[in-house]
Design a protein around this ligand. Structure first.
Ligand SMILES: [Zn+2]
Length: 266
């Protein structure tokens, strides 16, 4: 469950909408990653002299990749999960990173190709495994200053799931996040709730509703179809409406996020 800066986004509005498929270009063969980067750079910056490039595949715990420019050198650090990816995927990633660095719009076909690859079932599976084995996850445990997430989980489990939902790990976020009120992490089978909701001005209803929303993520996994991901499928939406005070809870969350923002001068 996520809200964005400047514009509170409450549960129900954080769906990822991606463009319709386009035709991937023909494969580029026999190019090294550095050669791919040089070619992409020439396309994005036709008149800028070539910098020196370095491309490094790193053991990250996720699919993130990074770019930085230092002393006339462009350094790309790419997750080693993509080391064996076909050249057109590296090309697409080079476009994404180099465009980002120069604040240029990423060509939609490149972004699409990259997303399509990351959404492939085998790629998702290996990334999931990577997060599970490499990702260190700090999980605080259910006890907060005011609320105990285990108690709330148990109550909701009885009320809405006949007590049948398997126990995930429960924890409070390390940061007091006003943008991510809660999330379910399938790689660690953990529900994490923002510490914002453990503050003195947060009513129990707010924690209950966010917890219920995250429990529904356990119950209804993300549906993937090509590049589209349905984070909140229809069954999810319908089940969410069973929470009797949903409107009231959403209003409370909006106030809490707004109040937190104002105190930070956002
Ligand atoms: Zn959600």
């Amino acid at each position: 469950m996520q809200v964005e800066r400047g514009q509170p986004r409450l549960p129900g509005f954080d769906e990822e909408e991606l463009p319709e498929p386009t035709h991937p270009a023909a494969a580029i063969l026999f190019e090294t990653p550095v050669e791919i980067c040089r070619r992409v750079f020439r396309d994005v910056r036709p008149r800028t002299p070539f910098p020196e490039f370095s491309v490094e595949f790193c053991r990250f715990a996720n699919a993130n990749s990074f770019i930085r420019s230092e002393n006339g050198r462009l350094e790309l650090r790419i997750t080693d999960a993509l080391e064996a990816a076909p050249a057109p995927i590296l090309e697409a990633l080079a476009y994404i990173l180099i465009c980002k660095l120069f604040r240029k719009p990423v060509p939609p076909a490149q972004r699409h190709r990259y997303n399509l690859y990351l959404n492939r079932q085998d790629v998702r599976r290996s990334l999931h495994l990577l997060r599970q084995t490499r990702g260190r996850k700090h999980i605080s445990g259910p006890a907060g200053e005011r609320f105990n997430l285990q108690e709330i989980f148990n109550e909701l489990n009885e009320r809405f799931f006949n007590g049948l939902m398997a126990q995930p790990a429960l924890g409070w976020s390390r940061r007091v996040s006003k943008t991510i009120l809660g999330h379910f992490d399938p790689s660690h089978n953990a529900i994490i709730i923002s510490r914002l909701l453990d503050k003195p001005n947060a009513p129990r209803l707010a924690v209950e509703y966010v917890m219920y929303h995250e429990m529904l993520h356990l119950r209804y996994p993300v549906e993937t179809n090509g590049v589209r991901r349905r984070i909140h499928p229809k069954e999810f939406r319908d089940a969410e409406k069973l929470f009797p005070q949903m409107k009231e809870a959403k209003a409370v969350l909006e106030t809490l996020c707004g109040a937190a923002r104002r105190s930070e001068n956002w």
